[in-house]
Design a protein around this ligand. Structure first.
Ligand code: GDP
Length: 304
């Protein structure tokens, strides 16, 4: 399913709400800006980022004296794209695998249920179908289901999975995965980690232990720490981003479940508030339902 279809399904895209708000009006006034503010907040853009966007539009209104409502849509898009640009959300035309980092090590974090395992499976498929060799490490050993699911994804995609089973030491799984990946000359190593947030100290300790063992083989690993967030959970996604960025240095975001929701606004708010680039978006449950984030395409989908 495409992002467009998903966002259109509920007919609540930012654009459709905005079109309703400006009916019968030609000039952008305070009332319209108030409505726009509410639209952005109810689309999960988040209060701080919404205020920032509204202020920028107000500045343009003040500067140009008169802003036609027909132009509001275009200006809003421009401001959102500019925000995403400021937060380094590049248009990844292709996944980026730096040549001097081989194997490229990605550590994946996120709470249970957000689509972490699925995203790892999809990512493995993306790399593999582009001719890269991939190895996965099942270091989310807290839940039996997580280990089993990752093994299943490995079979489905056709990539090896290192696993020691449930309740084993995650760092030891990471150790073996990175060791094997390095020995086999893999292009990409993806390590799944446990998503417990119950105590921040535990999470921090566990993640730093996993990092330390990786660095025995690859001193600058992990090259990427990807946080997976469920785009349909609105404020929860913000809270999780806050907790994980406190516990570890998150360098990229994958935002899932953007197919079944009109709340893609969460992508704008989170990348703005945390200054972390969005790299991938999940648009369905299938292996191919992962898109490399593209600012313009994404913003267009919010408005279509
Ligand atoms: P984990 O606990 O974070 O590893 O989550 P899973 O990968 O097991 O995913 C939880 C559920 O969300 C599963 O039913 C997945 O099929 C589903 N899921 C994952 N990503 C997406 C997505 O992008 N879109 C939709 N619609 N479902 C997804």
């Amino acid at each position: 399913e495409s992002l467009d279809q998903g966002l259109q399904k509920s007919n609540q895209s930012i654009f459709s709400k905005l079109s309703k708000a400006v009916v019968g009006k030609s000039k952008v006034d305070d009332e319209i800006l108030d409505e726009l503010e509410e639209i952005l907040i109810t689309s999960d853009v988040g209060v701080d980022t919404t205020i920032k966007i509204i202020q920028r539009i107000e500045e343009r209104v003040a500067r140009d004296k008169y802003l036609n409502t027909e132009e509001l849509d275009k200006i809003l898009r421009e401001e959102i794209i500019a925000l995403l640009e400021e937060n380094n959300s590049q248009d990844f035309l292709d996944f980026d695998l730096p040549e001097d980092k081989k194997p490229y090590v990605i550590m994946v974090v996120g709470v249970n249920g957000v689509g972490k395992t699925t995203t790892i499976g999809k990512l493995a498929n993306l790399f593999k179908s582009n001719g890269k060799s991939v190895i996965l490490g099942a270091a989310d050993t807290f839940r039996a289901a997580a280990v089993d699911q990752l093994i299943l994804w490995g079979e489905r995609v056709g990539v090896p999975v290192v696993s020691h089973g449930m309740n084993t030491d995650p760092a030891s799984v990471a150790f073996d995965t990175v060791k094997q990946g390095k020995e086999q000359g893999a292009d990409v190593i993806i390590i799944d980690t446990a998503g417990r947030l119950h105590t921040k100290v535990n999470l921090m300790n566990e993640l730093s232990k996993i990092k330390r063992v990786m660095q025995k083989f690859i001193p600058d690993a992990p090259h990427e720490i990807m946080l997976v967030l469920d785009g349909s959970t609105g404020q929860n996604a913000f809270i999780q981003a806050k907790e994980f960025t406190k516990a570890t240095e998150v360098t990229s975001l994958a935002i899932t479940k953007l197919d079944g929701t009109a709340k893609g606004g969460v992508v704008i708010g989170i990348s703005d508030q945390f200054k972390i680039p969005v790299k991938y978006i999940g648009v369905g449950e299938k292996m191919s339902d992962l898109q490399i984030f593209n600012r313009k395409e994404f913003v267009d989908s919010l408005f279509s």
